[in-house]
Design a protein around this ligand. Sequence first.
Ligand SMILES: [Fe+2]
Ligand SMILES: [Fe+2]
Length: 164
Amino acid sequence: MVLGKTLQDAINEQVKNELYSGYMYLAMAAYCEANNFPGAAKWMRMQAGEEQEHAMRLYDYVFDRGGRVTLQAIAQPPAEFKGLLDIFEQAYAHEQKVTGMINSLYAAAAKENDYATMSMLKWFIDEQVEEERNASQVVEMLKLAGTHIPAVMMLDGRLGARAE
Ligand SMILES: [Fe+2]
Ligand SMILES: [Fe+2]
């Protein structure tokens, strides 16, 4: 069954949203790099790569279903932040927003009885649980560290140990 036009448009929109997420994380990586947080910079850079993979997962799915991918303009992400806590709070808020987008996509697929798209989106639903948890965990740790510089440095080192 070929992908319906409404869902195709909605998935194309999400391809852009995932690419924007990657772009935003890359902007955060650049800020961390410039502000001597090499660990957080690495974490953000890896996260940017993951978002790119998310976009490609949707991209491939559209073609698997005989659809057409139309790339859209990606907005400019913010360049300035108030510090590490601000960055991770924004990341957490962003992931919550993305969860809402994935949920809406799922609802749209359910409305059209497009079971294949619902099944494909199941991966994203699970992934968002992890994405929210990861970001909120760092927010909580940064709050604990507060303005204690050695604690923040240690946390940065821990973020830099991210392996996947
Ligand atoms: Fe994503
Ligand atoms: Fe994400």
